[in-house]
Design a protein around this ligand. Structure first.
Ligand code: NAD
Length: 243
């Protein structure tokens, strides 16, 4: 029987909100983990400072740490609104990570995409990953997250690299610097008496600990190829958006 390989993890964007929870969960289950980020915030795991669009920095950190599994959560904030930065970090940066991973013999790459990659402003209800990207992306953030996701999935099998992408919707929980801060600002600015819509709008939120756990499970599952889906599932038509 083949022995299961114990991975050495690097969380890219590991000093961010989600990345930090992933680092902590890996530590708690006894795994070896390092963080790569442009910002240093914590000192409890080995830290590599760098920009993901620099393939050389990423490759050097992967070599020094002996990484076999990358969990890539780095991205500029969706609210930043600067298309050039989104493109540089999300698209070029993700491609640089893929190239560095192949160059250094990394076995696995888990990518944090976003549910927004298939959002075009219309309701999306009961769809799965087969729903196509919209013809006109919602904005530069979601467009570049989608392009990065595509690059990650297309890299599956390249030089033995196994890849997977996850699409969280809104994430909340301890350490959040985006959503909760925004809600507080609305409250502090006395803007709570405004309402957009008729109070029936829905949006998916997931607790950060559960999103982090999903990344660990995805990395674990990359170990063996999934069994072929039953024919009935392949023949099922993708669910469509609410009409
Ligand atoms: P965050 O800003 O807290 O963390 C991102 C981290 O990436 C930061 O520490 C930042 O310094 C780092 N980073 C940014 N650019 C970098 C670069 N060029 N090189 C190296 N590091 C860089 O964001 P988050 O909320 O933790 O989001 C994590 C991931 O989850 C992102 O990919 C985001 O697109 C995705 N996501 C987030 C949400 C959400 O609601 N927060 C929802 C869906 C998807």
């Amino acid at each position: 029987m083949s022995q299961k390989i114990r991975d050495v993890y690097m969380v890219i964007g590991g000093n961010g909100f989600l990345g930090r929870h992933i680092v902590q969960q890996l530590k708690e289950r006894g795994d070896i983990v390092s963080a790569f980020d442009i910002v240093e915030r914590y000192s409890d795991v080995p830290f590599y400072a760098g920009d993901i669009s620099d393939q050389g920095s990423v490759a050097s950190a992967l070599r020094k740490s002996g990484t076999t599994c990358i969990i890539h959560t780095a991205s500029p904030h969706g609210a930043l609104g600067n298309p050039a930065i989104f493109y540089k970090v999300n698209v070029e940066g993700t491609k640089a990570i893929i190239a560095a991973a192949v160059e250094t013999g990394v076995r696995k790459l888990v990518f944090t995409s976003s549910a927004g990659v298939v959002f075009n402003g219309e309701d999306i209800i009961d769809v799965d990953e087969r729903v196509p990207f919209p013809d006109v992306p919602m904005d530069a953030y979601n467009d570049t997250k989608g392009k990065a996701e595509k690059a990650v999935l297309e890299a599956n099998g390249k030089g033995g690299l196994l890849t997977v992408a996850l699409r969280p919707a809104g994430i909340f929980g301890p350490g959040d610097r985006q959503a909760t801060t925004g809600f507080y600002q609305v409250y502090e600015n006395g803007q709570t008496h405004f309402q957009i819509g008729d109070n029936t709008n829905l949006f998916d939120w997931t607790y950060v600990g559960n999103v982090a756990k999903a990344h660990l499970l995805a990395a674990d599952k990359l170990e063996t190829p999934p069994p072929a889906p039953p024919l009935s599932r392949l023949e099922k038509k993708p669910a469509t958006v609410d009409e």
